[in-house]
Design a protein around this ligand. Structure first.
Ligand SMILES: CC(C)(COP(=O)(O)OP(=O)(O)OC[C@H]1O[C@@H](n2cnc3c(N)ncnc32)[C@H](O)[C@@H]1OP(=O)(O)O)[C@@H](O)C(=O)NCCC(=O)NCCS
Length: 196
């Protein structure tokens, strides 16, 4: 079981673990970015853009974070920490000989191009590969057209491993995705998971 961590601080950001009290702010962030995120993320039910719908979704996320199957972070600017302005989520956290998770992320379009997602992901990956979470592999998949996301993954040291055909239903069709992964930087090849 992963020990709880409520907040990660970076030079410009606070990354907060999921709390149902964020529901209205999360709904507002998703609504503001509904059109901007639509080409890259699976469609969401209208209810997900309401505080009530998000309260239910965040309640489920809190339970997933408590049982260790997900690790979710909501991004806030340090100098203006009232509004959610991005998110990062490790899902499908697997243990045993896999020790892997799937990475997802998005930022408010108003804050794109400032290096803030890179700053968040550097911190989340340090935690994911650190003593607390201790994953061996983090996987991230993006549409070939998503050059911003693939460029970011390249800069973070994710390696391209292949193309998953018709991987996700997004924006009205089944979309191919480039599969990428980053491995733990210092995990010896013959060291078993339980020995770390
Ligand atoms: C993908 C996404 C998270 C990338 O966000 P981003 O802000 O471009 O990513 P970064 O934090 O790495 O910022 C990089 C940009 O900031 C610039 N930058 C400015 N200051 C910087 C700094 N201090 N450090 C690093 N980069 C900086 C870089 O030059 C780069 O600009 P460029 O793209 O014009 O070359 C964002 O486009 C997004 O949310 N898209 C919609 C959802 C989505 O696609 N999610 C991923 C699905 S796979």
């Amino acid at each position: 079981m992963t020990s709880p961590l409520e907040v990660i601080e970076t030079p410009r950001l606070l990354l907060r673990a999921t709390d149902v009290a964020m529901a209205a702010s999360v709904a507002a962030y998703l609504l503001r970015n509904r059109a901007a995120h639509a080409p890259w993320n699976p469609p969401m039910d209208d209810r997900m853009f309401t505080a009530e719908g998000q309260a239910e979704r965040l309640d489920a996320a809190v339970r997933h974070e408590a049982d260790g199957s997900q690790i979710g972070w909501w991004m806030f600017l340090r100098h203006d920490s009232a509004a959610v302005m991005g998110h990062v989520r490790l899902s499908q956290v697997a243990r045993g000989p896999f020790c892997s998770a799937m990475l997802g992320y998005a930022i408010d379009a108003a804050h794109e191009g400032r290096g803030l997602m890179r700053e968040a992901l550097v911190a989340v990956l340090a935690d994911a590969f650190g003593a607390r979470v201790n994953l061996h592999r983090v996987q991230a998949n993006a549409r070939p057209e998503n050059v911003r996301s693939l460029g970011l993954l390249d800069r973070l040291g994710f390696e391209r491993e292949g193309l998953a055909r018709e991987y996700l239903f997004i924006d009205g069709a089944w979309r191919d995705h480039v599969m990428t992964a980053k491995r733990h930087p210092r995990w010896p090849a013959h060291q078993a998971p339980g020995q770390r």
